[in-house]
Write a protein that binds this ligand. Structure first.
Ligand code: HEM
Length: 218
């Protein structure tokens, strides 16, 4: 196609200037065609690998297309959310302040380790897009406007602020509550921000489960 377009273009050249301009335009169009074909080829190759079930990264254990860390985080949220609920119940109805503090700090450490391992997996080992290709809800060419992409954007809109909110709530609580722990003048502020943090964490889990199901189960 490139050669055919070029020979037509050469026969149309009248002056050196117009010829030069046309060569530049034809060059740009040809580059675009080659680039687009290259991308389509890449996606076909990716799909061929994917159909064979041969994904980069370590496969998970849930029998879906999820990677090891995707499966770990998917399951971990089923533990983290109820434990957080128990911790809030203990402080609200039983006034077990010390236990609430210990549980929240333990949860924060578990989350930090899980999120770090997850990020290492996602950035360097697993290409989630390739694992999502067989899903009827995913289209590699419209990665961010297909249902899987939209569900990931919604999930990230909760997950990213939640990470910062949790750090803020924990750092402030450690700084402002007395030792041994108990209510003080900071309580009202902690209750406000901590309830928001707990709600955000719940939404992070729910939207994460939706993304996982659409991308790696469907
Ligand atoms: C992100 C982590 C945390 C979350 C999500 C969280 C959640 C909550 C929630 C929702 C409440 C209010 C319960 C209610 O009355 O409705 C609460 C109360 C409380 N939290 Fe936390 N908490 C966290 C971390 C901490 C830490 C690290 C400490 C201690 C250093 C702490 C100490 C307290 C205390 C003392 C209260 C009772 C406040 C009062 O009623 O006077 N929290 N927490």
């Amino acid at each position: 196609m490139f050669i055919a377009t070029r020979s037509v273009e050469l026969s149309l050249c009248q002056t050196t200037d117009s010829c030069h301009t046309r060569q530049v335009v034809v060059g740009l169009v040809s580059f675009h065609v080659i680039f687009a074909k290259g991308r389509a080829l890449f996606s076909l190759l990716a799909q061929a690998d994917v159909v064979a079930g041969d994904f980069p990264g370590i496969d998970g254990f849930l029998g879906t297309r999820g990677s090891l860390m995707l499966d770990v985080v998917f399951l971990a949220m089923f533990v983290i959310v109820p434990v957080m609920g128990v911790s809030i119940y203990l402080v609200k109805y039983r006034r077990r302040y010390q236990l609430h503090k210990q549980i929240q700090l333990a949860l924060a450490i578990v989350l930090l380790v899980a999120v770090t391992a997850f990020e290492i997996d996602m950035q360097w080992m697993t290409k989630w897009e390739l694992r999502a290709v067989p899903s009827v809800y995913f289209n590699l060419e419209r990665k961010w406007s297909c249902p899987v992409g939209i569900s990931l954007i919604v999930h990230l809109l909760f997950a990213v602020p939640t990470a910062f909110l949790w750090i803020f709530v924990i750092v402030q609580a450690m700084r402002k509550f007395p030792n041994p722990i108990g209510p003080n003048e900071y309580s009202r502020q902690h209750v406000f921000w901590a309830r928001l943090a707990a709600f955000e964490m719940l939404m992070t889990a729910i939207t994460g489960w939706v993304f996982y199901t659409l991308a790696f189960v469907a």
